[in-house]
Design a protein around this ligand. Sequence first.
Ligand SMILES: [Fe+2]
Length: 269
Amino acid sequence: MNILVLGDVVGPSGVKAVTEKLPGLIKEKKIDFVVVNGENAADGGVGITKKNTEDFFNAGVDVITSGNHIWDEKETMQFISKEKRLLRPENSIEPAPGEGLGIFNSKNNKKVAVINLMGNIFMKKSEDVFQAAKKFIENVKLKKDSDFIVVDMHGEITSEKMAMGYLFDGKVTMVVGTHTHVPTSDHRIMEKGTAYQTDIGMCGDYNSVIGMNRDNSLKKFFKDPSAKRHFPALGEATISGLMVTADDSTGLAKKVQPIIIGGSLQGRI
Ligand SMILES: [Fe+2]
């Protein structure tokens, strides 16, 4: 069983790279289930539109996760309750429309549970993420309730994500961090068999400041009055994520492989 999780897709160049390259990647690597974090996919680099979700699903994405920018496009509040394949953080402050977790069918007819969590430190206010994770572990058991389990831990700081990795070790197939838009090189299988990477990076133009136009970002840091609202960099995007080969009998990871394709990070791994 091959599961691919792609990092935060940023703006039009990120969407273009994912929609153009994902179908070929699925065939080439025999990928059975694809998750992307899509909360930065809209043209402005924050939020996600219905059209973005359709483009991702047409390209072979099975589930879209998100985070702090989930509600930045007004229409998302309207369509999320009907689109179960788009998740908002499970520990969102209630009442939030939509779901933070679900059990989905893979391309090879296995059950894959996906939970979207959001960190508490330096992030939008949300319910205690560790309590939400604990509750999920009590309710959704690997092999009993789902063949495989994927955790997207959307957060700013590394320690919170690592602690989450240990909490889930042996209980889920993989835990990946998202949100920082920078891939870390600590991908591995932890002691009890869960695949882990602190951050899987972004699918976007790395010739930028975390996906946003670099000159404008610098102007903002210098408080230059001519600085505009952040807008995405539009150069060629790198696709960045983690592919995990999991064992059908245990649901745990056998192999981890970072996926880094195209754009300015090409050739790093
Ligand atoms: Fe984010």
